[in-house]
Ligand binder design. Structure first.
Ligand code: FBP
Ligand code: MG
Length: 372
């Protein structure tokens, strides 16, 4: 460690090609990523883990260079670019898709990939869980973040742990207007819900502790909020967000964090980014899209963190305790599928304008005539 006791966890992700269709990625992507990361390990990064969910490659990096660091983002760009070339050679689906900008511009933010990073003072001990979802949007983590950090029915620690009683501070982004607001839980939870219930537009970017025990400017949770539609200027797949959550000792316990996913809540995305469906918590083994290009899936990788080492991952959803949730999700998937192209299965008209339906709708609108 150089400057301080602070460490940084960066979770950087991109869809740079997939098989079959948009279902999953070939093993060579993860191997290539590991080969490149091994070169930098011990020099620019301390440790790493490479993973995927569906067609999205996820890089989990431990270092001490802070958030939005040029060197770290450039390593990820090198990996995404190399894999894009492999994808083109293999004639994979959507080769290079999320690399909207072809040359590195100093930061991955705005280039297409998703970014969730947090710099914080390492506690002893420190446990984190990294979540990654496929076939859904940035705001897809609003529901579980509210459950973990603001709902005592999910997180009893909010009531019985003295360090959690002061509550948490939510940083919410208006993704349409590039603005943010800070809201305190518990006293402002009605305002918080009023906004984050609209997950297409408002996304919880970060959550901060309010207890005096921990620095109040160091997040306990962070999610990626990049909107692929906006960055590409057209529909180019869904955002497929990632999230980091710190656990235990004044923060939600691991079980309280996972409990937030025990209800298969509905998310926006699924087929062609145009359908609402239940979020299915899955093991790494099942982290690939199948039925109707889904259902939208999420994985949970748990790590115990030392200043220069990630111990793990534990594949947290690889557990029969989530079988009921999965079965329920499949039942809901079947029910909602029967709506076909009707809402609430299909997304709203406004949301359709961010999909491949936009040019079709634009033409149709011109054919409308006034009713006398
Ligand atoms: O128009 P295309 O190229 O066939 O793409 C349709 C695909 O786009 C998707 O919405 C892309 O999914 P991702 O968001 O995971 O990239 C799939 O559901 C679907 O298979
Ligand atoms: Mg994807």
């Amino acid at each position: 460690m150089t400057s301080s006791e602070k460490i940084t966890i960066s979770v950087l992700k991109a869809d740079i090609g997939s098989l079959v269709g948009n279902s999953t990625i070939p093993e060579i992507f993860e191997e290539t990523a590991s080969d490149i990361l091994d070169r930098y390990k011990g020099e620019k990064i301390f440790d790493y883990f490479v993973s995927h969910v569906g067609d999205d490659l996820n890089l989990i990096l431990l270092h001490n260079k802070g958030e939005n660091n040029r060197e770290i983002h450039e390593i990820a760009f090198e990996i995404f670019k190399k894999n894009s070339e492999i994808a083109k050679e293999m004639n994979l689906y959507g080769a290079g898709g999320d690399l909207i900008k072809k040359e590195f511009t100093g930061s991955l933010i705005g280039m297409g990939p998703g970014v969730a990073e947090m710099e914080f003072t390492l506690r002893s001990p420190e446990s984190i869980i990294v979540f990654a979802a496929d076939k859904t949007e940035s705001g897809a983590f609003n529901y579980p973040l509210f459950q973990m950090f603001a709902n005592p029915f999910n997180t009893p620690g909010l009531v019985i742990d003295p360090d959690m009683r002061p509550g948490f501070r939510f940083e919410v982004w208006d993704l349409y207007n590039h603005k943010r607001i800070y809201l305190n839980s518990p006293e402002e939870i009605y305002d918080l819900l009023l906004l984050v219930g609209t997950s297409e537009r408002f996304a919880i970017k970060r959550v901060y502790p309010r207890s005096d025990k921990y620095p109040k400017d160091e997040p306990v949770a962070v999610s990626s909020t990049e909107r692929l539609y906006e960055e590409a200027g057209k529909y180019a797949g869904k955002d497929d967000p990632v999230m980091i959550v710190r656990a235990q000792k004044g923060f939600p316990a691991v079980g309280e964090i996972l409990e937030a996913f025990s209800f298969p809540y509905m998310v926006n995305g699924w087929m062609r980014g145009s359908y609402w469906g239940p979020l299915l918590p899955v093991s790494l083994k099942n982290a690939r899209a199948t039925r109707f290009d889904g259902p939208p899936r999420v994985i949970a990788l748990g790590f115990q963190v030392k200043k220069d080492k990630l111990y793990g991952p534990e594949d947290m959803f690889d557990d029969p305790a989530f079988d009921y949730t999965r079965n329920k999700a499949l039942e809901i998937a079947d029910y909602i599928r029967r709506h076909g192209p009707f809402e609430p299965h299909r997304v709203s008209y406004e949301d359709l304008l961010t999909t491949t339906a936009k040019p079709i709708l634009d033409k149709l609108i011109q054919r409308f005539e006034d009713i006398k």
